[in-house]
Design a protein around this ligand. Structure first.
Ligand code: HEC
Length: 115
C-alpha cells in the first residue's frame, strides 16, 4: 500500500514536470476575442466618404477612393500620404483624426480586404 502510494506520487510529479516543460507551447484559448478584420465595405468606404470624397470625387479629375480597385491599386501611396507624410487629406480639410490614419494604414497592412 505504502509502495503504491510512492509510485503514484512519483507519477504525479513526473506529470507536473511535463506540464511545466510544455507550458510555453500551450495554445492561448479564448483570452483574446477574435476580432473582425477591417474591410473596405464595412470600415474604409464610410471613412473615405467622410474624409476624402469632398475632393476625390468623380468630377474632380482626382482618383476616386470610393472605387475599391482604384484605392487598392494605390494603397501603398495612400498609406504614405495619409499615415506617413500626412499630406492627405490636403490641409486636413476634412479633419481626419490620428486614429483614422492609423486605422487606414492597418487595413492596408492587413491586405486591404474588400469584405
Ligand atoms: C481638400 C481636398 C482633398 C482631400 C479632402 C483629400 N485629398 Fe487627396 N488630393 C487632393 C489633391 C488636390 C490632390 C492632387 C495634388 C497632390 O497630389 O497633392 C490629391 C492627391 C492625392 C493622392 C495622390 C494621387 C495621385 O495619383 O497622384 C493621394 C494618394 C491622395 N490624394 C489620397 C487622399 C486620401 C486617402 C484622402 C482621404 C483620407 C484624401 N486624399 C483627401 C486633395 C484632397
Amino acid at each position: 500500500m505504502r509502495k503504491f502510494f510512492l509510485v503514484a506520487s512519483l507519477i504525479g510529479i513526473f506529470q507536473l514536470g511535463c506540464q511545466g516543460a510544455e507550458s510555453g507551447h500551450q495554445p492561448i484559448v479564448s483570452e483574446v476575442p477574435l476580432e473582425e478584420p477591417i474591410t473596405f465595405v464595412n470600415d474604409i468606404l464610410p471613412l473615405v466618404q467622410k474624409r476624402c470624397s469632398l475632393c476625390h470625387n468623380s468630377g474632380s479629375g482626382l482618383p476616386v477612393w470610393e472605387d475599391y480597385q482604384t484605392l487598392f491599386d494605390n494603397r501603398e501611396f495612400v498609406r504614405f500620404r495619409v499615415f506617413e507624410n500626412r499630406s492627405m487629406p490636403r490641409g486636413n480639410a476634412t479633419n481626419m483624426t490620428e486614429e483614422e490614419r492609423a486605422f487606414m494604414a492597418q487595413w492596408i497592412d492587413e491586405g486591404a480586404r474588400f469584405e
